[in-house]
Design a protein around this ligand. Structure first.
Ligand code: GRF
Length: 325
């Protein structure tokens, strides 16, 4: 969770409609040492939202504009403009009681997050606590999830369960769920904005892309995950390197045409490429994955090229035929 020294913090705009206790939890967490995000704006569709007063007192920029009399998309755009003007890279909903237009959500896909007071996928929408109690559930809880056009249905990032007590009321449970939310939201947001530095997340992204190539097998080599193609005696075309040999990078190692190309790549773009220990001698290059402007298209390009350079002809000819279509 600690950002690397000097690494820029992710800029976050929080949208609220009410008291903003989750906003406060996010804000104070952002002021602890090492938090990888900072709050650049608190925005609301209600001028009287209690959270705005607190945000102002804490020196955070605020924006408020009522939605009354406005088209949904028009109001969304106004909120969005305020977020962009503040430099936000993420929008975090914390009790923002508005359904967002599909266009807006799509523009922020993967960068807009919500907290919902139930263990999703159970109890989307309102009255979550009363519904959990009425169903006789042993636990309620809360979920941090990505926002997609369909309400409360985006990918789940993290959840916490909260026990339901005998004789619990919806109000009493809601209060305890909020305590859990105040722990969960800052942590889930910090983990999410830091995912580009998380080896487990990075390797999962690689696995998904490697799976698109024919006849590939993952097999550790010298303790690091590697991928080879061409069956039992197949050759390696990629390795995952997590700060090996004291290197700073979490990287994908791929084959170039040889040391000349490797050196040229590094010279042209030293932020993206480096000469990996041992492998560099035979013309492999390290493609740095833990950097903010990583282009996954470039990663895919290198995986494919490297695969092609070692794959047997029976496999490359299949791909050639498919690509000719
Ligand atoms: C929270 O319970 C959250 O799960 C839901 O709205 C409530 C907001 O509360 N989306 P607060 O304004 O953060 O206190």
């Amino acid at each position: 969770m600690l950002p690397e020294a000097g690494r820029a913090k992710a800029k976050v705009a929080i949208f609220i409609s009410g008291g903003g206790t989750n906003m406060a939890a996010l804000l104070y967490a952002s002021r602890l040492p090492g938090c990888p995000y900072e709050i650049v704006l608190v925005a609301s569709n209600r001028k009287d939202a209690g959270g705005l007063t607190l945000a102002r007192a804490e020196g955070i920029a605020t924006f408020a504009h009522p939605h009354k009399g406005m088209e949904r998309a028009e109001h969304d755009e106004m909120m969005e403009r305020a977020a962009r003007d503040a430099g936000a890279e993420y929008i975090v909903l914390a009790g923002y009681m508005r359904i967002l237009s599909e266009e807006f959500v799509t523009r922020w896909a993967g960068r807009i997050i919500n907290i919902h007071p139930s263990l999703l996928p159970k109890y989307k929408g309102l009255d979550t606590h009363a519904r959990a109690i009425a169903a006789g559930d042993s636990h309620g809880g809360t979920t941090v999830h990505l926002v997609t056009p369909e309400l409360d249905s985006g990918a789940i990032l993290q959840q916490v369960e909260v026990a339901i007590l005998p004789g619990d009321t919806a109000e009493a449970l809601a209060e305890r769920v909020k305590l859990a939310e105040h722990q969960l939201y800052p942590r889930a947001l910090a983990d999410y904005v830091s995912r580009g530095n998380d080896p487990a997340w990075l390797i999962e992204q690689l696995r998904q892309r490697v799976a698109a190539l024919p006849e590939v097998e993952e097999r550790p080599s010298h303790g690091a995950p590697g991928w080879r193609t061409g069956g039992k005696s197949g050759k390696y075309f990629a390795y995952f390197s997590d700060q090996h040999h004291g290197e700073k990078a979490i990287a994908l190692l791929v084959k170039t045409s040889g040391p000349d190309e490797m050196h040229a790549l590094i010279e042209n773009d030293p932020a993206s490429f480096y000469r990996p220990a041992y492998y560099g001698a035979s013309g492999w290059v390290g493609l740095v994955l833990n950097r903010p402007d990583l282009d996954w298209g470039q990663v895919e390009h290198w995986l494919k090229r490297s695969w092609r350079s070692v794959a047997p002809i029976r496999l490359t000819s299949l791909i050639d035929a498919a690509e000719e279509f």
